[in-house]
Design a protein. Structure first.
Length: 452
C-alpha cells in the first residue's frame, strides 16, 4: 500500500529546499566540468525512461569522499566523487544513477521525507552552527539525517528493478550491475574493517540483491548483451585526476592528532577515541561512547563574549573555572540536552582571528572520571608548524595505460599508490589476488599517505 502524503508540487518544492541544503552541506564538486556534464547527461537520459520525465531532474556530483549516492523528492540526485572514483565503467555509473532515479520515480524519497517530519526541514544546518551544547551534542548526525533517508528493503528491490529497466532501455549492459555490487561488497570488506559504504547504510541490502539481479538478467534480458554499452575506457579517462579520499585541506587525522592546514592548528585527542571531522566541528567519542570531545569555531567574538553568550542561554549552567592550558576562558558546566542532563568543561581560546570553542561532556555524574582527559586534550590545541602537514594536498586518481593484464601487486610495484593494496584492488574492480585487465587502470597519488 502506498500512502502519498505529498502532492507532486509539494514533492518538488520539498526536493528543491533539500537540494539547497545538500549543496551547502557537501559542496558541489566543480573541479572537472566535463565530468559533471557527463554525469548529468547520463542521468537525464535515464530520467526520460522513468515515467515522470517532466520532473525537474538534476544530477550533481558532491565533493564528498564517501561511497554514496542519494535521491531527494521531485528529482534532485546526488552522487559523490567518492563513488565515482570506485566505479570502472559508464554502465556501472548508469546503474547507480538508474537506481536513484527509480527511488524518485516511485516516490520513495517523497514518502520517506514526509515521514521524517517535514517541519524539521530547514532547521538542519543553521541550528548546528549555533554554539549551544544541546545542538553541539548532535553535531555528528543531525542535519544530515534528512538527507540520509533510509529506505525499506522493498523500496530497494523496486529501485533495483527500475534502475535495471531504465539502463537497459537506454542501451547499457545491465550485467554491469554485478561488478557494482561486488565493488560495494569489496569496500565493506576492505582491511581496517567495519567500513560499510554509505550507499549500503542508507540502502539496506535486500539480502539477495546480487542473486536477484542475476535472475533478472536471465528472465528479462532476452538474447545477449552484445552491442550494449559498457564504455570502460571512456569512463576511466573522464575520471582521471579526480580527487580521491577525504580532502586533507579540510582537516585530517594522523593517529590521534587532528591537523587543520588551512586554519593552521593541531589538536591531540585521547588515544583510542573514535574521531570524526565534519564541516561544523571535529568530534571524538570515548571508547565506551559515554563522553564526547569537540572543537568548533565560535566566531569572531572574543572568548569572553562567546562564553557570556553561551552561558546566558537557557538550559545551560556555568560552574567553577577550570585551568586549561592556553584557554582564555574555561569553566565546568551542566546542561539539559535531548538525551538528559550532561556535564563537562567548555573552553574558549582565541587563535589567528577566530575564537574556538572546545567542549568535553559526559552524562551527569561522569565528569570526575573524565575531567583530566578533557583538560589534557583541550590544552593540546596549538599552532601547526609541520611543513608537510601545512602543504598537504588531496590524493588524486591517476589513470595509466597498461598493455596487458597485470596482477594488483605487479601493478602497484610499477605504479605505486599512496593507499593500501586492498584499496587499489577495490577501485580497479578486482580482488587483491586478481588481475587488472589491459587498458586503463587507476593508481592513487599524493594525499596524507605520502606525508612524511
Ligand atoms: Zn536505494
Amino acid at each position: 500500500m502506498q500512502l502519498n502524503l505529498l502532492s507532486e508540487s509539494q514533492e518538488v518544492e520539498l526536493g528543491k529546499q533539500a537540494k539547497q541544503e545538500a549543496e551547502q552541506t557537501y559542496g558541489v564538486y566543480k573541479e572537472k566540468p566535463e565530468l559533471s556534464q557527463y554525469v548529468e547527461g547520463i542521468g537525464k537520459r535515464l530520467s526520460q525512461e522513468s515515467g515522470r520525465p517532466n520532473l525537474p531532474w538534476s544530477y550533481e556530483i558532491v565533493d564528498d569522499a564517501s561511497v554514496n549516492a542519494f535521491a531527494l523528492p521531485g528529482g534532485p540526485i546526488f552522487i559523490t566523487r567518492g563513488i565515482l572514483g570506485h566505479l570502472n565503467t559508464e554502465a556501472e555509473l548508469a546503474a547507480v544513477l538508474g537506481h536513484e532515479t527509480g527511488h524518485v520515480a516511485a516516490r520513495h524519497s517523497a514518502n520517506q521525507m514526509s515521514k521524517a517530519q517535514v517541519a524539521q526541514l530547514g532547521l538542519g544546518i543553521g541550528s548546528i552552527l549555533s554554539p549551544t551544547v544541546a545542538s553541539a551534542a548532535q553535531v555528528a548526525s543531525a542535519g544530515l539525517q534528512l538527507l540520509f533517508l533510509k529506505y525499506s528493503r522493498e523500496d530497494e528491490t523496486q529501485a533495483d528493478e527500475l534502475g535495471f529497466r531504465y539502463m537497459t532501455r537506454v542501451g547499457y549492459d545491465p550485467t554491469q550491475m554485478i561488478p557494482l555490487f561486488q565493488m560495494l561488497d569489496g569496500v565493506s570488506k576492505q582491511a581496517g574493517g567495519g567500513k560499510t559504504p554509505e550507499w549500503l547504510q542508507t540502502h539496506p541490502d535486500p539480502g539477495n540483491r546480487l542473486a536477484a539481479t542475476q535472475q533478472r538478467l536471465k528472465t528479462e534480458l532476452k538474447g545477449s548483451t552484445e552491442g550494449m554499452k559498457v564504455e570502460r575506457e571512456k569512463y576511466l579517462q573522464l575520471i582521471d585526476g579526480i580527487a580521491f579520499g577525504e580532502d586533507p585541506r579540510q582537516g585530517f587525522f594522523k593517529g590521534d592528532t587532528f591537523y587543520q592546514p588551512e586554519l593552521k592548528f593541531q589538536w591531540k585527542l585521547p588515544s583510542g577515541w573514535k574521531h570524526q571531522n565534519t564541516p561544523q566541528a571535529v568530534a571524538a567519542a570515548s571508547p565506551k561512547e559515554d563522553a564526547i570531545l569537540q572543537l568548533q569555531i565560535a566566531g569572531k567574538m572574543s572568548p569572553d563574549e562567546a562564553a557570556q553568550k553561551l552561558f546566558s542561554q537557557q538550559g545551560i549552567k556555568a560552574g567553577q573555572p577550570v585551568n586549561v592550558k592556553g584557554a582564555k576562558v574555561a569553566r565546568a558546566f551542566q546542561a539539559q540536552a535531548q538525551q538528559g542532563v550532561i556535564e563537562g568543561v567548555i573552553a574558549f581560546t582565541s587563535y589567528q582571528g577566530n575564537t574556538y570553542m572546545m567542549a568535553g561532556y559526559t552524562p551527569q555524574g561522569g565528569l570526575s572520571s573524565y575531567l583530566n582527559t578533557f583538560v589534557d586534550a583541550m590544552g593540546s590545541f596549538s599552532e601547526l608548524t609541520d611543513s608537510s602537514a601545512l602543504s598537504v594536498k588531496p590524493a588524486r586518481l591517476k589513470v595509466v595505460k597498461i598493455d596487458q593484464p597485470m596482477s594488483v601487486s605487479d601493478f602497484n610495484a610499477k605504479y605505486p599508490s599512496s593507499v593500501k593494496l586492498e584499496e587499489v584492488a577495490v577501485i580497479n574492480g578486482v580482488d587483491s589476488g586478481g588481475k587488472i585487465p589491459a587498458g586503463h587502470a587507476k593508481q592513487v597519488v599524493g594525499g596524507t599517505g605520502e606525508m612524511k
